[in-house]
Ligand binder design. Structure first.
Ligand code: FAD
Length: 277
């Protein structure tokens, strides 16, 4: 199975050595790429770029740069893509991003959908020099409604030149497999890489449910809550994620993306237990 990881720019400068150590350890598992989030948690372009450069210089994995549309004009986005290209970063994950709380409309003159950013990246990057990924949502994007407009969005992103998608976290393998079937029936042909997040505390679970709008996985929540200590919570979260990876492998899925939370031990254990490494 091919693997990849997501990390985020450190929130405080003193967290940087720990992230670098994690990247080096994750690189030993031969991932295809390590992606770096953008803008999330208030991080800046500089913060993302410096992590991407560390991956570029210290890992055989490709650095994959998340980019978002929020508050970005076409010109800003082009400049940003050129800046990344200038640093040898040629692979992108094009995202819309989310508006800050309290705002409901994208500012006029700015990009408002991820497919626009995909087109812009494809136009700006010399042809044949990199790839553009996009986001996909097994249980639907929070704004996508019954008709699953997230799948129309995914088709638009594919049409604009995206070559694969990484999914939002999900808790049940069947949700992912049903989504792939639905997306294929609607004409999506690109690879849909499942995103797996080991969740090792009730507070992290609460936070990701708030951010993603996913339904609360009752069984996982009670194992996390009833565990006696941090070791028991870690065991519950890792075992859940490892089971997901095992089930995906059994279903013939060839690639998996792990949300690493800037550390290596948990995701490494998930991959070890599921027999991937
Ligand atoms: P879009 O593809 O633009 O879609 C958003 C919604 O708009 C769709 O669900 C649909 O309802 C509607 N829509 C768009 N296009 C169409 C269309 N053609 N037809 C009909 N409806 C349409 N956020 C960050 O800020 N930084 C990050 O680094 C980051 N990394 C992420 C990584 C992954 C793997 C994932 C899954 C999400 C990430 N996010 C990140 C969050 C993401 O920005 C939000 O989930 C955002 O709300 C949606 O982004 P998108 O790219 O899917 O948007």
């Amino acid at each position: 199975m091919q693997i990849s990881f997501e990390v985020y720019p450190p929130r405080k400068p003193e967290d940087t050595p720990r992230l670098h150590e994690a990247i080096l350890r994750l690189s030993e598992l031969s991932p295809d790429f390590i992606s770096v989030t953008f803008g999330a948690g208030g991080s800046s372009t500089r913060d993302s770029l410096s992590v991407l450069k560390f991956i570029r210089d210290n890992s055989s994995a490709s650095p994959l740069a998340h980019l978002t549309c929020v508050g970005t004009t076409e010109q800003d986005a082009k400049d940003l893509v050129r800046e990344f290209l200038g640093e040898g970063i040629t692979d992108f994950l094009a995202l819309r991003g989310d508006l800050p709380e309290g705002q409901s409309e994208m500012p006029p003159g700015t990009l408002s959908r991820a497919d626009q950013l995909v087109s812009l990246i494809e136009e700006t990057r010399p042809s044949g020099t990199g790839s553009t990924a996009v986001a996909a949502f097994p249980n639907g994007h929070p704004e996508s409604g019954e008709e699953r407009s997230d799948i129309a969005a995914l088709l638009a992103k594919q049409e604009a030149g995206a070559s694969f998608a990484i999914t939002q976290l999900f808790f049940f393998t069947q949700d992912y497999l049903r989504f792939v079937e639905l997306a294929r029936a609607r004409g999506v042909v690109i690879d849909l890489i499942p995103g797996i997040m080991p969740i090792v505390s009730p507070s992290r679970l609460a936070r990701v449910l708030e951010l993603t709008g996913e339904a609360r996985p009752g069984e996982l929540a009670s194992s996390l809550e009833s565990a006696e200590d941090a070791a028991g919570r870690r065991e519950a979260g890792i075992e859940w994620a490892a089971r997901q990876v095992r089930e995906l492998a059994e279903a013939g899925v060839a690639r998996v993306h792990l949300y690493a939370f800037n550390e290596y031990a948990n995701v490494t254990e998930v991959l070890r237990r599921s027999g991937v490494v």
